[in-house]
Each structure stands twice: as structure tokens, then as C-alpha cells.
Design a protein around this ligand. Structure first.
Ligand code: ISL
Ligand code: CA
Length: 640
């Protein structure tokens, strides 16, 4: 049933996208779902709400909502069967930001041979699959997220042969490797874009959103994620760019564009790559006619126009097509096969703004679109954005996971992550007090590696990396931060220190050398956290280090399928600061408990017969220590 203006609130809430949207509004306004279930509210029809919502969100809000819902498929049934043990459900992923990982040739920029040299480290850590942030040719206005040639390796990263060696070396070790494909937009230096500008009527003219019109007034009111309007005037044309002006959006409604993308994917799969992470892939379908965004929605979300592309009319069709056309390889050249012959390439989507129900639409194995998505709803607590200085309350994460997991069927799966190259370090966000750095790092590791889902570790997270004390603007490199400073002035410095993506992009710390063993030259970006003991070398030697803890947990997860494939059951959900759950599989049971706070917590379930297998405390006699985390096995005859 497609809700229209006559639909009731209850009907909208029963619709996947409607549910996600209402849930988001409830969350941001601090209301619970009982509010929607209240008969007085649930029986209201959208048309009756038009006036009221119009006052809140401006005229036309209900129509926009109805349009959004109309384009959205129905939810697949929530299955309750056995879980297919696909390789990526058991895998631990590791995200490398290649520029900042390891520099092999002394130019201050990390590269592919640098990664190759560190493979033994990653293998020892127990990593199953690497994800490399972009390595294709790029002018680096957005550090590789602006691609000028999809079929060549960026000169700073090395050569195609370096990449081949890396792929082969991963596979020799039984590891996999996926690349980052940025296909919502290209660089403005891509030949397609240059050609489109030179000849808007020609073969590439319709590859982008080029529009005529008044040179003073952009074609619509959409704003870019990196400050200012989403339109750039070039020559006689306007070009749409959701990100930097140098990142024009591709027009996926043009079948030629979709064929190009599928071609690119097949090209790299033939080289032995095991799949892709697809950058902002939910933004590829824009609403016909590119209508103005709702001003109030824009204000609330921080970006005007998002409702017209975060879940666009052809999103699911385009993804299903890409899956069919490209992500079904079996024809890999001999010697390039991934470990496990059954493997089909993994397709992971970065999907900002996707809620739980849209996540299910995108990844349910009943639908054959993506395998996993990255949704970001858990990275800030309600009412906050990345730029806010505030302490992240882990109780929010707990409730987020409890709710999310309860809504997944046996054909659904989720990704787990706290960090990536776009976000500050989680330890700093939760509690920057250095006394808690290790404990908190381990507590986060425990959640990440024993929760149900596929964990993604971002480089440095495994050694307890924290945010940087950047001294001034000259220390920053990221276009997002620099544009924000340019737009907002020095007053934006507090925001930058809270949310800059550069916190995650400083060099990996290998040892205590001048530049942390990252490079023998001057690094392209400098690190400013000077704390002792937070390098790989130091932590290798310290049995209590965060690194050794990660390694132990990853090893446990690998050797005990219960920790990856087991069912999950949370207990004591309403006990503040306490996060605990059982994992169960083939009669084997594990119990995990974490103190989410920086103060001691009364010990619960003291009577339970549990064997501590990993964790930050030796026994369960006294109160829980700040951020204490325990991973326990339940003896076969033990307790509940
Ligand atoms: O970080 C965001 C805003 O707070 C999200 O909108 C979103 O996750 C992000 O901006 C999109 O990220 C991806 O695409 C960008 C690129 O700059 C990021 O590095 C990449 O991860 C444009 O390609
Ligand atoms: Ca280099």
C-alpha cells in the first residue's frame, strides 16, 4: 500500500521510509513511539495534518512526504530462519586511509607499497578484509573522493603493479581487499566533465546535471555538504555538486552513466578486487526536475534539498541493476581468486541518512541490492551534530543497538563501526580524560567485536587513537574544515576542533620516531597528540595495551562462531550505564557486559557462573570499574 494524502499516521508508520522518518523526528524531539501509537494521533490523516505540518515545516511538506513514500518499495518480510554463514558475516574489516597509513618512498604521503609492508601486522591482528579509501587518480580536492580517472592508480599511491602485488599478497594470506568507488560524482578534472562543458550537446553532456539559467541565481536552493550552494557556475552553465564545487554530481538517470560505473566495477573485479565500498551511494537518484528543498527540513538537517536525493525515486532500481550487471563475478583471472571460491564480490554502501527500515530494503538478502550499509545515526546523540562540543553518552549507543538488532530478521545483517575517515575519534567524543583512554578503548573494542554484525576497525582505533590538538588553520588539510572556516570565520574553530575529519586523517603511529615511523620526510598532514605509549611498537610490547586487547578479541571471534553468527539477547536494558548481552549458537553461550560510564558500577549478576575469557577485570567480585568490559563463556550447565 502506497500512502497518499488520505493515509493515516499509523499507515505511514507501517511504511518503511515513513517509519524511518517518523522515528527520526521522534528521536530529535525526544518523544517515544508510544506517541505515534496513541489512537488520537495514529488515526489522523496526512491531509488533516497538512496545515499543522505546514506551520512547522512550511507549505508542501505533506506532498513531499507522499512523494517520498510513493517511490519506496515495501519491506521484505522479517524472516526467522537459519543465518546464512556468508564470509563477510564472520569477517573483521579494517579501513585504511592510504594517504596516512605508511609512506614507503619518503614523499610524506602514504602509498600502496607502504600498505604491502604492513600486511604482516594486519594479518597478525586477525584482519579478514581490507578496505582502502580511494586510490584512483585524483586532484585530491577531497583526498581521492574526487576521481579523475577510474581506471588508474593515483601517482602518489604507486602503480597498477603495486596494486596487483597488494591484491596478490592479501589473497596469499587468505585476506580480502575491497576498494572505494566514488561514483555519485567525479572530479571536475574527469574527461567526461571537461567534455560535457566543452560540448553540452555531445556524448557526455548528459552525464552531469548541467543547467542553463540566470547567472546570478542557481537552478534550485540546494546546499552543498561542504558549505555554500550546491551549484557552481562554469562558463554558461550551472553544475550541480552536493559536495565540493570540484565534485560535480553524475546523472545516474542516464543509462550510459550506469553502464560506465558497471564497467569500472568489472574492470577492477577482473584484477582480483573482492568488492567495493560505494561512496554516498544512496544519493545517486535525484528527484525529477530537481525541485527546491523544504527550507525547514533544510534547517533541521543542516542541508537544504536532501529530501530530494537521500532516497531518490530510482535508488533501488539502480542498485539492483548494478548488482546484476557487475557484482556477480566468477571470471577472475587465474591466480587472482579470492580465498573461498564461492565468494561473490561484496557491495557495501555508504548511505548517510538511512534508518533501520531503509537499511533492510537496501541489504535484505531477499532483495539482492547491497550486502551491507554504513548508516550514521549512531555517531551523534540526538540533537547533536558532528560539529558540537559535547560528551557522547554511550547509553544512546546501547539503545540504538538494542532497537536495531530487534528489528533484523535472519536475512538481515548490519555493519558495526564507531570511526572512519570522516569522523573524530570515538574515545575523544565519549570521554577525553586520558586516565580512561585504555579502558574506554577496550570497552569500545568489546562492543564492536562481540556485537552481532560485521565490525569495521578504522586505522589507529586499535591503538587507542584520540583527537588532535591542531594549533591553527595551517595544520588542517580537509576541504570540509577549510570551507567551513572560510564560510563561518574564526568563530568556527570550536566546531572544527570538535568535528574536523582531519582528526582521523593524521599519520598512523607505528613507532616513536620523529614522524611516528609513518614517513622519513615531512608528512602531508601533521599529528599533534604527543602521548607516550600509543604507537604500534609500544603496544606490541605491553600485554595490557589496547592493541593486544583488539588482537585477543579478534582471535576469540575468529575461533568462536558464536561471537559472530550467534543470536543476540540483551538483558537489563533499562539499567543505566550497564550494557549486557548473551550470544548463543549451537548450544554454546557467551555473556558480555560493559560499564558504559567513567565511574564504578554496582556489580550485577554476581551469582552467575561465568568464566572470564577476555576483559579488563580479573574477577567479578567487586563493583565494575569505569568502562569495565568482560567477555565470558557460560559453562554448559551454567545458570540461565
Ligand atoms: O559526514 C557527513 C556529514 O556530516 C555525511 O554527510 C557523509 O558521511 C559524508 O559527508 C559523505 O562521505 C563520503 O563522501 C564524501 C567524502 O568527502 C567523504 O570522505 C566520504 O566518506 C564525498 O565523496
Ligand atoms: Ca609515498
Amino acid at each position: 500500500m502506497k500512502p497518499d494524502r488520505n493515509a493515516t499516521v499509523a499507515e505511514v508508520y507501517a511504511h518503511p521510509l515513513g517509519r524511518d522518518i517518523i522515528d527520526k523526528i521522534l528521536l530529535q524531539t525526544g518523544r517515544s513511539a508510544t506517541w505515534v501509537r496513541n489512537p488520537l494521533v495514529s488515526r489522523l490523516r496526512l491531509r488533516q495534518l497538512d496545515k499543522f505540518l505546514g506551520r512547522m515545516f512550511g507549505p508542501g511538506f505533506v506532498d513531499t512526504l507522499v512523494d517520498l513514500l510513493a517511490d519506496c518499495p515495501e519491506s521484505p518480510p522479517r524472516l526467522d530462519g537459519p543465518i546464512a554463514a556468508t564470509w563477510w558475516k564472520r569477517a573483521v574489516f579494517y579501513q585504511i586511509y592510504p594517504r596516512s597509513f605508511a609512506d614507503s618512498n619518503g614523499d610524506g604521503i602514504g602509498d600502496l607499497p607502504g600498505i604491502l609492508a604492513k600486511l604482516p601486522y594486519l594479518d597478525d591482528l586477525g584482519i579478514d578484509c581490507l578496505w582502502l579509501s580511494p586510490i584512483f587518480t585524483s586532484p585530491n580536492k577531497d583526498m581521492g573522493y574526487d576521481i579523475a580517472d577510474y581506471r588508474s592508480v593515483m601517482a602518489e599511491m604507486g602503480t597498477i603493479d603495486d596494486l596487483r602485488r597488494l591484491i596478490a599478497a592479501c589473497h596469499e594470506r587468505g585476506m580480502r581487499i575491497i576498494l572505494d568507488l566514488v561514483a555519485n560524482h567525479t572530479s571536475d578534472e574527469h574527461p567526461w566533465f571537461k567534455d560535457a562543458l566543452a560540448d553540452p550537446e555531445g556524448a557526455h553532456g548528459d552525464y552531469y546535471f548541467l543547467r542553463d539559467g540566470d547567472p546570478e541565481t542557481p537552478p534550485n536552493n540546494w546546499t552543498s555538504f561542504f558549505s555554500g550552494p550546491a551549484w557552481r557556475r562554469i562558463g554558461e552553465k550551472w553544475a550541480l555538486h552536493l559536495f565540493a564545487p570540484e565534485q560535480p554530481d553524475l546523472n545516474w538517470d542516464n543509462p550510459a552513466v550506469r553502464r560506465e560505473v558497471a564497467d569500472i566495477v568489472r574492470f577492477w573485479l577482473a584484477e582480483g578486487v573482492d568488492g567495493f565500498r560505494l561512496d554516498v551511494i544512496n544519493y545517486i537518484s535525484k528527484r525529477d526536475g530537481l525541485p527546491d528543498g523544504n527550507a525547514t527540513v533544510g534547517q533541521v538537517m543542516g542541508f537544504t534539498g536532501v529530501e530530494h536525493y537521500f532516497h531518490g525515486p530510482h535508488l533501488h532500481d539502480h542498485l539492483a541493476e548494478l548488482r546484476r550487471e557487475a557484482f556477480t563475478r566468477t571470471d577472475v583471472e587465474p591466480g587472482h581468486e579470492a580465498p573461498g571460491a564461492d565468494a561473490r564480490p561484496i557491495m557495501i554502501g555508504e548511505t548517510p541518512g538511512a534508518g533501520v527500515e531503509v537499511a533492510r530494503l537496501l541489504t535484505s538478502s531477499q532483495r539482492d541490492e547491497l550486502d551491507l550499509i554504513f548508516s550514521f545515526d549512531h555517531l551523534e546523540t540526538p540533537g547533536h551534530v558532528r560539529w558540537d562540543e559535547y560528551a557522547y553518552d554511550l547509553n544512546f549507543l546501547k539503545h540504538y543497538y538494542i532497537d536495531y538488532q530487534s528489528r533484523l530478521g535472519s536475512d538481515d545483517w548490519m555493519s558495526l563501526f564507531f570511526e572512519n575517515h570522516d569522523n573524530p575519534r570515538m574515545i575523544s567524543k565519549v570521554n577525553p580524560d586520558p586516565r580512561f583512554r585504555d579502558q574506554l578503548g577496550k570497552a569500545l573494542a568489546t562492543i564492536l567485536l562481540t556485537m552481532r554484525g560485521t565490525p569495521f576497525i578504522f586505522q589507529g582505533q586499535e591503538i587507542g587513537a584520540v583527537n588532535q590538538d591542531f594549533p591553527d588553520e595551517s595544520a588542517l588539510r580537509d576541504v570540509e574544515s577549510l570551507n567551513l572556516l572560510a564560510a563561518d570565520g574564526p568563530g568556527a574553530w570550536g566546531k572544527i576542533m570538535a568535528g574536523s575529519r582531519d582528526h582521523a586523517r593524521v599519520p598512523m603511529r607505528w613507532d616513536r620516531d620523529e614522524h611516528w615511523g609513518f614517513t622519513r620526510a615531512t608528512p602531508w598532514i601533521k599529528a599533534f597528540d604527543d602521548s607516550v605509549g600509543y604507537s604500534v611498537a609500544a603496544q606490541e610490547h605491553n600485554p595490557d595495551s589496547v592493541l593486544r586487547y583488539y588482537r585477543r578479541l579478534i582471535w576469540l571471534r575468529r575461533s568462536n562462531p558464536t561471537l559472530s553468527l550467534g543470536s543476540i539477547r540483551f538483558i537489563d536494558a533499562d539499567v543505566k550505564d550497564y550494557f549486557a548481552w548473551f550470544r548463543e549458537h549451537n548450544g554454546e553461550r557467551w555473556f558480555i557486559e560493559v560499564n558504559l560510564s567513567g565511574h564504578p558500577l554496582r556489580r550485577r549478576h554476581r551469582e552467575r557462573n561465568l568464566e572470564i575469557v577476555a576483559g579488563t577485570a580479573k574477577d567479578r567480585s567487586g563493583p565494575m570499574e569505569p568502562y569495565e568490559a568482560l567477555v565470558c563463556q557460560v559453562p554448559r550447565d551454567g545458570g540461565e
